[in-house]
Design a binder for this molecule. Structure first.
Ligand code: FAD
Ligand code: NAP
Ligand code: SF4
Length: 676
């Protein structure tokens, strides 16, 4: 009997039954546009269906050329395109799962010059101006939606999801911000909502009664001149009559400067708005955004706040999420930490999406599930992300790894990362690995520093060196002064630190250290305190104005910080594509002073002496924290190679310190385990 009886309670839609309350939400993975993309997508979706997902929604597919997100984006408009989609639907249906195709017209978010929108305008996140649609263009687009849905039905999809949120075309019709039309598609709300309702009616007419239509409703636009709450409710009430079966939740336009899914967003922060809509309408509603555990899903469904929960990224992190939950093994789930590093950031770099904690995601066809012929005894030096991912993958393939860790706990630098306010989710990755060590019966030696003698006297077949990195200490006069601290001393050892601090180095760790320092350790961070999060980012839960935007209430910084770098480039230029702006905004809101083109002269009792393009100055600080990058800790590997013939491998930060992050460390571990 599962602990999650509400989660696994089937939902009857009248003409079809969903086997549980979890939807895998729409994700563009980049596979859509690759060679053999449909085979790869069939495998990708098939694995998630096998893993127990009740209903899958595909990545967004355009109903016509103008609606494509980018020039080569997928479109479903012609009968000859149906055959390829059947590969996906057949694979998913093998596992008693349902699948809906998401129809997404990008409107003015098109990344090409043919974009079409209610009134000619340019979105701040697109370089192209989109053309205002003629009335004929609107009628043709409605037909294109219905045609796309009918083709999806022919391809075996159980239904479609109509993307009506996140600032895409339908949302652009609904909001006065982007709809300045004076005909029957603009002006009053009745007119602005006409397009959405006509699209749904046309789809229902063409596909008949036994076809799921999900509508992704923008419940809170989070932009000025968005919709009012009354308008959202009015549309929600009309959706059923128009033919919708399920209402999904959309939160915020893509151009809104409010984080909605990143790791510093508290878990399940927007369920309140789904709950409010549920009280107004007689259709199943879906809660979304930053829901990543079975416990949270159960709580939402059981309390009646929503009928279903949609999660997307957690199924990249672990395709077997639901199988594990059903078997009451939720502590074995590889939890999505909401970092965006390998999923969304990849999409913005035109790369195939994957997952930091599960590099096999979207690359299912490249990894075999076969066990090895001969089990090898392998010593793993270090239990950071690289050593852990290697050991777990190697054990799953049938090898016998033994982990040695000189610290008293596993995790390596992740133990430092998890101390940063807003990165609490990183604890889940360490919990996952610790549980896998137990489940796979991997030998683990903590407080055990590996030496050449230990290795020489052992009978391991091979050795994997995942000994990581050490902080770089720059050559600055006075670097040995008592006010100088390294980032591990501040973040991990929690050494006392004054109220005025200079941080040397503005890479990812310099930013994170500054984030740590601006917070009062006595108070919960915003990722733990929803009210503080709403206030800081200007989310009006009373929904007083259009778009529910409120003035931001910036938290008072706990310390005065200088964040310094030698480069002339903008601070944080190399942070994550989809999260860098949040880190920069957060430090800006805390009045962190960011200086570039800095030359460090000396550190003494007075403080940090620097030269800047504006002249020399002394930063009269209590402490100077060094975040000046790292170097590889790999001397042991080189010594071993000199003295021993057994195969030795170097992975993670120990292999290359430049730009090392957990994404590369974990992937290297998994990839090596698949070769060995
Ligand atoms: P490490 O994590 O350094 O692990 C090496 C391990 O080997 C250590 O536990 C060490 O004790 C052990 N070891 C070394 N020598 C021996 C020996 N002789 N015997 C036994 N054990 C030994 N990355 C991201 O991708 N995203 C982030 O958001 C992110 N945030 C970060 C925030 C902070 C504050 C910090 C410090 C790091 C962050 N990182 C982030 C970086 C990420 O944690 C590292 O890139 C990653 O941990 C490197 O993994 P690794 O396994 O190669 O090395
Ligand atoms: P980093 O990004 O390489 O930054 C190092 C900083 O130190 C730079 O700002 C550099 O800037 C400065 N620096 C380098 N040598 C110096 C010297 N000799 N003297 C003074 N300053 C010096 O490295 P990091 O911040 O240590 O981060 C390590 C890795 O962890 C990164 O590669 C990153 O990917 C990962 N990480 C990621 C995240 C994330 O959110 N994704 C967060 C934290 C860490 P100047 O040369 O201009 O001074
Ligand atoms: Fe989640 Fe990060 Fe993986 Fe994306 S890359 S699915 S955010 S853990």
């Amino acid at each position: 009997m599962s602990n999650y009886s509400a989660l696994f309670n089937p939902l009857d839609l009248g003409f079809c039954k969903l086997k549980n309350r979890v939807i895998m939400g729409s994700m563009h993975t980049g596979l859509e546009e690759t060679k053999n993309g449909f085979h790869k997508m069939a495998k990708f979706y098939g694995e998630r269906a096998k893993g127990g997902v009740g209903l899958i929604v595909t990545g967004g597919i355009s109903p016509n050329l103008q609606g494509r997100i980018h020039p080569l984006g997928l479109q479903l408009s012609y009968p000859w395109q149906v055959k390829k989609h059947k590969l996906i639907t057949k694979e998913v249906h093998k596992h008693d799962s349902k699948i809906c195709l998401q129809i997404l017209h990008s409107g003015r978010y098109a990344y090409h010059p043919f974009g079409a929108t209610p009134s000619t305008s340019k979105a701040p996140i697109s370089p192209f101006k989109a053309r205002g649609m003629s009335k004929l263009g609107i009628k043709k687009t409605i037909w294109d939606y219905a045609n796309c849905a009918r083709l999806a039905q022919k391809a075996g999809y159980d239904g479609v999801e109509i993307m009506g949120s996140e600032g895409y075309l339908i949302n652009q019709f609904l909001a006065p911000k982007t709809n300045k039309r004076t005909d029957e598609y603009g002006g009053s709300f009745e007119n602005r909502s006409r397009f959405a309702l006509e699209v749904i009616r046309a789809i229902r007419k063409k596909t008949g009664k036994k076809f799921i239509i999900i509508y992704r409703l923008s419940m809170i636009d989070l932009i000025k001149d968005g919709q009012t709450w009354d308008e959202v409710v009015t549309l929600a009430k009309q959706l059923k009559e128009a033919g919708v079966n399920i209402v999904n939740t959309g939160i915020g336009w893509h151009e809104a400067r409010v984080p909605t899914i990143a790791t510093m967003v508290p878990r399940a922060p927007f369920v309140w708005i789904t709950e409010r809509i549920k009280k107004e309408i007689d259709l199943p509603v879906v809660a979304t955004n930053r829901i990543n555990t079975p416990e949270k899903i159960e709580e939402i469904i059981e309390s009646g706040k929503a009928d279903l929960v949609s999660m997307a990224r957690p199924f990249l992190a672990d395709p077997d999420f639901l199988l594990k939950a059903q078997a009451n093994k939720s502590d074995e789930i590889n939890t999505c930490i909401a970092c965006n590093q390998a999923c969304l950031d990849h999409i913005f770099q035109n790369k195939i999406s994957s997952c930091l904690v599960n590099p096999k995601a979207c690359h299912e066809t490249e990894y075999s599930k076969e066990k090895v012929q001969r089990a090898k005894r392998i010593a793993v030096v270090g239990s950071g992300p690289a050593g852990l991912s290697f050991a777990v993958e190697a054990a799953q393939r049938g090898h016998k790894p033994t982990i040695f860790e000189k610290a008293s706990e596993i995790g390596g630098q992740f133990n430092i990362a998890k101390e940063i306010p807003g990165k609490e989710e990183f604890r889940e990755t360490i919990r996952y690995f610790l549980k896998q060590i137990e489940v796979l019966n991997i030998e683990l030696h903590l407080n055990k520093e590996v030496t050449i003698d230990l290795l020489k006297s052992s009978d391991f077949d091979e050795v994997v060196f995942a000994s990581g990195v050490r902080p770089r200490i720059p050559k600055i006069e006075g670097i040995g002064h008592e006010k100088v601290l390294s980032y591990p001393e501040v973040l991990y050892q929690k050494k006392p630190i004054g109220k005025k601090v200079a941080v040397i180095g503005a890479g990812g760790i310099g930013f994170d250290t500054s984030e740590f320092l601006i917070h009062d350790p006595e108070h919960n961070s915003e990722s733990m305190d929803k009210e503080a999060f709403f206030k800081h980012w200007g989310i009006d839960t009373d929904y007083k104005d259009r778009g529910a935007v409120a003035p931001k209430e910036k938290p008072a910084p706990f310390r005065e910080i200088y964040l310094l770098q030698r480069k002339a480039t903008k601070h944080g230029k190399f942070l994550g594509k989809t999260t860098g702006w949040i880190h920069r905004q957060s430090l800006k809101d805390a009045n962190v002073k960011m200086l570039n083109e800095v030359t460090y002269k000396k550190i003494d009792d007075k403080g940090l002496h620097i030269d800047t393009p504006e002249g020399s100055r002394i930063l009269e600080v209590d402490n100077v924290v060094i975040c000046a990058g790292q170097y590889s800790d790999n001397e042991l590997f080189h010594k071993f190679k000199e003295l021993d013939n057994r195969p030795a491998h170097l992975i993670g930060g120990a292999e290359k310190s430049m730009e090392i992050d957990a994404k590369r460390a974990i992937k290297q571990g998994v990839d090596l385990a698949n070769k060995i």
